[in-house]
Design a protein around this ligand. Structure first.
Ligand code: HEM
Ligand SMILES: N[C@@H](CC(=O)c1ccccc1NC=O)C(=O)O
Length: 289
């Protein structure tokens, strides 16, 4: 299908798709077909709004007022998780290909998206615990613990804990396969280590790598690009840590010390994950400077 407006579509508009004049408030646009240009695409069809906007299906009946917000927030998260995986994969590939500027560019985007994910917790916190309790029980045994994309992101960022695959209940076969593949596939850290050794620094062992990172940090004239890349990775790591901390404070505000719908101890389990670092060596480096 051509993207150029064809003579046919300009003159004889396909039925129901476009008209000879569109009224944009005070301006009437004629003959230009602004925004349609004879193509068959519309805003709604391009963005698959029919599917997207019919995917908010409440469990509560009669509908609990806040359940739509709860679903919307989670769906928005999953869309951003998909985008984050896209960027993280491309950044990993870029580091293996020696395109460090591109990896850094993408990682900066990752951190900005993660900032949005942290800040949007405040939207869900406008829900009171009483209003959550109207539909909370209906959610059990589902939980954010079962978000395959969240775990994929952890794996791709270097936190590869294979026990998570087994501990998940209710993952689809496809999700399990994706996670298993992620366990094997190189992640961000592998890409970074490759970049370090490609620049002539030794990276065979953890000790060598740490020593090389000290060299990088102390000679930014020479290793500026690697240094900035390491900082971009740390931004991602820090943003993930901030999200975990923000999530657990919200959880305590919503359910106190109750156990989780996913079967964990709830806040205590989440607190046990707060010390997680994707790139521990980049944090250790601080003590070695
Ligand atoms: C009222 C709001 C929320 C509450 C009370 C809540 C509560 C919990 C609890 C108790 C857990 C531990 C697992 C379990 O259920 O036993 C958990 C895990 C999790 N939640 Fe939430 N959550 C909320 C909102 C969200 C949102 C908006 C997201 C965004 C995707 C999210 C993502 C996750 C993830 C990814 C985990 C697994 C964390 C890990 O294993 O480290 N949660 N949540
Ligand atoms: N685990 C939460 C319920 C919850 O927040 C949730 C339930 C289903 C799907 C996603 C959820 N979000 C994060 O855990 C709770 O125990 O209240």
């Amino acid at each position: 299908m051509t993207k150029e407006p064809s003579a046919d579509s300009v003159v004889g508009c396909p039925a129901g798709r476009t008209s000879d004049s569109a009224d944009f408030g005070s301006e009437t646009v004629t003959s230009h077909h602004f925004g349609e240009e004879g193509a068959k695409l519309t805003y709604g069809s391009y963005l698959r709004l029919e599917q997207l906007l019919s995917a908010q299906v409440l469990e509560s009946d009669p509908p609990a007022h806040d359940e739509l917000l709860f679903i919307t927030i989670h769906q928005v998260y999953e869309l951003w998780f998909k985008q984050l995986l896209h960027e993280v994969d491309a950044a990993t590939e870029a580091m293996f290909a020696g395109r460090l500027w591109w990896a850094k560019h993408l990682l900066k985007r990752v951190a900005v998206i993660e900032d949005v994910l942290i800040r949007q917790i405040a939207v869900l916190e406008t829900m009171t615990p009483q209003d959550f309790l109207v539909f909370r029980e209906l959610l059990s045994p589902a939980s954010g613990f079962q978000s395959a994309q969240f775990r994929e992101l952890e794996f791709a960022s270097g936190a590869k804990d294979p026990t998570y695959i087994k501990r998940f209940r209710g993952l689809t076969e496809a999700e399990q396969e994706r996670l298993a593949r992620r366990l094997e596939a190189p992640g961000l850290w592998d890409g970074f280590v490759h970049a370090v050794s490609s620049s002539g620094l030794s990276a065979g062992t953890e000790e060598e790598l740490l020593a090389s990172l000290v060299v990088v940090a102390r000679d930014r004239d020479k290793y500026g690009e690697l240094w900035e890349l390491a900082e971009a990775l740390l931004d991602h790591d820090e943003a993930a840590a901030l999200w975990r901390a923000r999530h657990v404070t919200m959880v305590e505000r919503q359910i106190g010390t109750k156990s989780g719908t996913g079967g964990s101890t709830g806040a205590p389990y989440l607190r046990s994950r707060l010390g997680l670092h994707y790139f521990p060596l980049l944090w250790e480096l601080r003590s070695s400077l």
